[in-house]
Design a binder for this molecule. Sequence first.
Ligand SMILES: Cc1cc2nc3c(=O)[nH]c(=O)nc-3n(C[C@H](O)[C@H](O)[C@H](O)COP(=O)(O)O)c2cc1C
Length: 435
Amino acid sequence: MTPITRRPSMPGGDPIGRRVQSRIYRNGALGVPMPTPRSPGALEDAARKKMSARAFAYVAGSAGAERTARANTDAFDRWEIVPRMLRDVAERDMGVDLFGRHHPTPFLLSPIGVQELAHPDADVATARAAAATGVPMIFSTQASRSMEECAAVMGEASRWFQLYWSSDDDVVVSFLERAEDCGCEALVVTLDTHVLGWRPRDLDKAFLPFAHGMGIAQYTSDPAFMRLATARAERAGPAEPRPRPTPAAIRTLLAMTRRHPGRFTDNIRSAMPQAAVETFLDVFSRSTLTWDDLDFLREHTTLPIVLKGIQDPHDAVRAVDAGMDGIVVSNHGGRQVDGAIGSLTVLPEIVARVGGAFPVLFDSGVRTGADAFKALALGATAVGIGRPYMYGLAIDGSAGVEAVVDHLAAELDLTMALAGASAIGDIDASFLRHR
Ligand SMILES: Cc1cc2nc3c(=O)[nH]c(=O)nc-3n(C[C@H](O)[C@H](O)[C@H](O)COP(=O)(O)O)c2cc1C
């Protein structure tokens, strides 16, 4: 037996479930280390051991008493799969079509900000894994590495851009132009985070990554944003007398300076690193947005526009009426509103209202391939992976993200085989019972 270190190719040949299974058992027999655990709890525990306490708190934490995060996973428990027999499922196809492109699996990498909290290669490591697995990566506005850097390692692989709608129009337009220029195939506009939710784990640590200059790489690589930051730095003028800086303040300033583009020795004498952080905190988002504002995006991009954060069936209908190209049924993994409805709980009603009109994508609480099967059965067109790939990134960098995607894809494939479905289009609500 020879160890299999390369991931098995996705399409064609033996379905991925068996290939990934046999790679794991074979490598186990040969003593080849496989650091990325399969079970959701073990994955999270392994990531916790690799991350600083504040980094783990930021990723794992949710709003308030974290009831929405629990509602997300509880919602999956309330649906049960009813397997069917004797249906010739030897050939299986997990492919889906989205916005004119075929994808080998129905998974997406949901946009996740501040990936440097998990691994120094951050978004670039995730981009490599996305390209290797054929799963679209949705670049976050709050990325730790610019979209151009990520696109550069992806070849022709699929990538989308997620927008947090800045209060500055020039920054918005510039982000849209850059997303088009670096080959993004869709624009995902996240609507549920125009202010940050109340997140006790972060509040207890008094830790907001952006205030340390983390997760603002899309901004510091952006000409429109840098014009604002430069103007601010110039306005700052002679410093007002300030109290003596604390050691923590000095550490924060040094960290900001290290992360700012350019040479540290130049940055340390400049007001720019701090001006960039302060400008970001000023222009991050706008709470004044209404449905009418969507026309602005349509005027400034030719990309399909997908609204992320939809939980209300009426909002889903409004998205159709507003001429949008899709929605992501998501509650941001429970990070925004505590005590909100589980994302899977609202999916069937939303699909019933708008399912035929455009793709209904789904995330929040997907932890296993069987979870993905349930979301697909309830009408999701594709399923976003969130925290699990951040845990993979923390555990083993790009290889860890690949492993997480492979494990989910393998489990979905095996669930399809054992439940009696050969294609994603075969998976419908008749496979499920609600308890
Ligand atoms: C650490 C972290 C950062 C996130 N950053 C973003 C972001 O920048 N933009 C965005 O639209 N959603 C962001 N999300 C939400 C994810 O896209 C996704 O909706 C969520 O992770 C799904 O929940 P789950 O991870 O519990 O399955 C973030 C989630 C986490 C955990």
